[in-house]
Design a protein around this ligand. Structure first.
Ligand SMILES: Cc1cc2nc3c(=O)[nH]c(=O)nc-3n(C[C@H](O)[C@H](O)[C@H](O)COP(=O)(O)O)c2cc1C
Length: 296
């Protein structure tokens, strides 16, 4: 284990470790204007949702580590406290990256990166037409986190208005997570794309409490076959399951017959069978398999 006291690292080393560690980060593609109405558009991955009532998102244009100068976006929100945060999907990736170049003040990144300005409803900065979700925001506070290079500036934004492309909605007019290919930033030059090849669901923990891993039978808890994920699924049931007398399973019967002289291997095979059901999210059957093994 590499253990680091951050006080002994340079700002760029700290930035490197933390950006690889706190990842992936969503990207706010922020359009702002200066006092003369000049438009700016820049991406920020120090960004997230922090509250839904009030609806608050925060992004952070940092002071440059290199020379401690500030970003145009920061200067703009201090002058005109409005921003549109455009959500970035895979189709926008390379143009978004281009927009992050340090163009001179007043130069419009919509033009440089080839995006189309679209008038917002409640704020003055324009939206990115190509973006599938746009958040019109009022900047309610800008909180500097320091004065040295690398110091962030929290731009705390209240979302006033949302625009969502109809094509990414489901039949209930809710966003279909599989229809927007979000991209996110990691460390260095790494990005990731969120699509159906890597999306999966995890059922929310019960409204009632799970029994907890500490309450699992010892043979399950100390299994060499079941992983932490499997134990987490098993321990998320509200009550300790009991044997269902009607439960039958042909594979389990075969395991019992075949390994009758070798209880250790029987247990391991039973755990492998339980994993098959856990991977299908069939926790009840997995429990029955494991309980059957216990009484054998
Ligand atoms: C995907 C991506 C994410 C970025 N995130 C941040 C960030 O969170 N904070 C920051 O200060 N700069 C970030 N940058 C760099 C800024 O986009 C870049 O400095 C830009 O030139 C700032 O433009 P401005 O001076 O017009 O505001 C990011 C760049 C990219 C490509």
């Amino acid at each position: 284990m590499l253990s680091l006291n951050l006080q002994n690292l340079t700002p760029s080393e700290i930035q490197n470790y933390l950006q690889h560690a706190v990842a992936p980060r969503p990207i706010a593609f922020a359009s702002t204007i200066d006092i003369d109405g000049n438009v700016n558009l820049s991406p920020f991955s120090f960004f997230n949702l922090f509250s839904s009532n009030p609806p608050i998102v925060i992004f952070s244009p940092a002071r440059r580590v290199r020379d401690n100068t500030t970003k145009h976006t920061l200067q703009n929100v201090l002058a005109v406290a409005e921003v549109v945060i455009n959500v970035v999907d895979y189709n926008m990736l390379q143009q978004m990256s281009l927009a992050s170049c340090e163009f001179t003040k007043g130069e419009n990144e919509f033009v440089k990166a080839g995006f189309t300005e679209e008038k917002a409803t409640m704020v003055k900065p324009p939206m990115v037409k190509e973006s599938k979700i746009k958040l019109e925001c009022k900047v309610i506070e800008v909180k500097p986190l320091g004065t040295e290079g690398g110091a962030g500036n929290l731009v705390i934004c209240e979302v006033l208005y949302m625009h969502i492309d109809e094509n990414i909605l489901d039949e209930n007019k809710k966003i279909d997570q599989t229809k927007i290919q979000h991209i996110a930033r990691l460390g260095g030059d790494w990005y990731c794309k969120v699509d159906e090849s890597n999306l999966f669901k995890v059922a929310k923990p019960n409204v009632q409490l799970g029994i907890g891993i500490d309450k699992l039978p010892q043979a399950i808890r100390s299994s060499k076959i079941l992983t932490g994920n499997h134990l987490g699924q098993l321990a998320n049931v509200h009550d300790m399951p009991v044997i269902d007398a009607a439960f039958e399973n042909d594979v389990l019967k075969q395991i019992v017959q075949y390994f009758s002289l070798n209880p250790k291997e029987m247990e391991e095979e039973t755990h492998r069978l339980a994993i098959k059901y856990l991977d299908e999210n069939n926790v009840d059957t997995a429990w029955q398999v494991l309980l059957s093994n216990d009484i054998i």
